[in-house]
Design a protein around this ligand. Structure first.
Ligand SMILES: Nc1ncnc2c1ncn2[C@@H]1O[C@H](COP(=O)(O)OP(=O)(O)OP(=O)(O)O)[C@@H](O)[C@H]1O
Ligand SMILES: [Mg+2]
Length: 395
């Protein structure tokens, strides 16, 4: 059973100053990408924690140049251009190391590395996913680029601290572009044959745009970040593999069995929040084990965008965790926020802006954003909009 989530903190941990050796994109069974080792010193600065892992800042200890390899020589095996980014780890550059929180979590990390390896071979991944650097297959440590904050951090530490009107104006500006990027990214993931299965604000990391914004953050209404999907620990193939078709997650069950058996990365049962789970995944029938789908991802993205607009979970008013879960099971998040002032102000503002032909100032079709979110959180999976269709509507 999973370790319950712990709150993010920056206190030193016992794991400080451990050096991990990482095979770029994993070893040869990780999609046949050439093996090469890099070394990272894991610091005591905790960047976050989840049900499966603790994430620490880590610095690169050597470059290939220092270790005698020629940085200018392309990899011997023909690879896609994106792999070139992995040929240099300047000394001292900071990365994020995702350390499994338990032995069973190691199998989850290994499965996540396989999915990320698979996705990193497809054009466009840098636009939509966190950048995966490699895994130490022995310890199960994943190395990723380090990002300054998650969407959840942005909501709690920036957006929710603004005065009401400024908050509404900011959302009207950022929502169309942000929604468009996240929906297009999800269509990209689904087209690649992967279901994310755990979309929520803490699993969306924000990359600072370059050059950085010079506006003071307290008055800024632009969104100087690109949202990237992170945490593929629960992900699975859209079509379960048959014995003749190989995909990134083929070995997930095998790994789990080999290491521990009973590894379950499903957020519904792994102790995580239920707030973003589609109602069809929250059946009370113990004999059925519903499988996440592209449409349950769409639902989770819809609830994530509602969370962004109202600044908290649509079920935050539930008096206790049991009722909160019941509300999630009913699958009616719109009803729960219907009279929320924050939601009404943003919806009214975007609709009025669309009527004036200015689309909330953010481009990407502000007037259709709220309508799209409503179609994403339809209780019945068949009634939900698909990611590709939704992305086209937001053009
Ligand atoms: N590359 C990164 N850069 C900065 N912070 C990160 C990075 N990866 C993860 N984090 C932080 O660590 C947290 C936990 O990471 P992640 O979601 O990947 O772990 P998990 O154990 O699989 O979580 P979950 O409980 O969602 O299953 C994130 O919410 C984020 O705050
Ligand atoms: Mg997470």
């Amino acid at each position: 059973m999973a370790t319950p989530p712990t709150s993010p903190q920056t206190t030193p941990s016992k794991s400080s100053h451990k050096v991990v050796s990482v095979s770029l994109f994993g070893s040869s069974d990780f999609q046949g990408v050439p093996l090469s080792s890099e070394y990272f010193e894991v610091s005591s600065t905790r960047l976050g924690s989840g049900a499966w892992s603790d994430v620490f800042a880590a610095s690169s200890l050597e470059t290939k140049q220092e270790s005698g390899l020629d940085l200018l020589t392309p990899p011997a095996t023909p690879t896609k251009s994106t792999f070139a980014r992995n040929t240099c780890f300047p000394r001292g550059e900071i990365y994020a190391v995702k350390k499994p929180a338990s032995r069973s979590a190691k199998a989850v990390n290994i499965a996540e590395a396989k999915t990320l390896t698979f996705l990193h071979q497809i054009k466009g991944h840098e636009e939509y996913l966190v950048y995966f650097r490699g895994i130490d297959p022995t310890s199960g440590h994943l190395v990723l680029d380090r990002y300054p904050l998650s969407l959840e951090d942005y909501i709690n530490q920036d957006l929710n601290k603004r005065a009401r009107e400024a908050r509404t104006t900011t959302l009207m500006t950022i929502l169309p572009t942000l929604t468009k990027h996240l929906v297009t990214g999800l269509a990209w993931i689904h087209n690649a044959g992967i279901i994310h299965a755990d979309i929520k604000p803490s699993n969306i990391l924000l990359e600072a745009v370059f050059p950085p914004s010079t506006e003071p953050s307290s008055t800024r209404t632009s969104f100087p970040y690109t949202p990237l999907y992170a945490d593929f620990s629960a992900s699975l193939p859209t079509h379960p593999p048959t014995s003749t078709t190989a995909t990134a997650n083929d070995n997930k069950d095998k790994d789990n069995d080999n290491d521990n058996g009973n590894v379950d990365a499903n957020p519904a049962t792994a102790g995580g929040t239920w707030d973003f789970l589609a109602p069809e995944l929250l059946t009370s029938d113990p004999s059925s084990s519903p499988r996440p789908s592209p449409r349950s991802d769409i639902y989770a993205l819809g609830v994530t965008l509602l969370f962004l607009i109202v600044g908290r979970s649509p079920y935050a008013d539930a008096p206790n965790v049991f009722l909160r879960r019941e509300m999630a099971r009913l699958g009616k998040p719109m009803q729960c926020i219907y009279h929320d002032e924050r939601f009404e102000a943003v919806a009214r503002g975007l609709t009025a802006a669309a009527a004036r032909g200015v689309d909330g100032g953010g481009g990407g079709g502000g007037g259709v954003v709220i309508a799209g979110i409503k179609r994403a959180v339809e209780r019945k999976a068949e009634a939900r909009v698909e990611a590709g269709e939704w992305a086209d509507e937001l053009l």
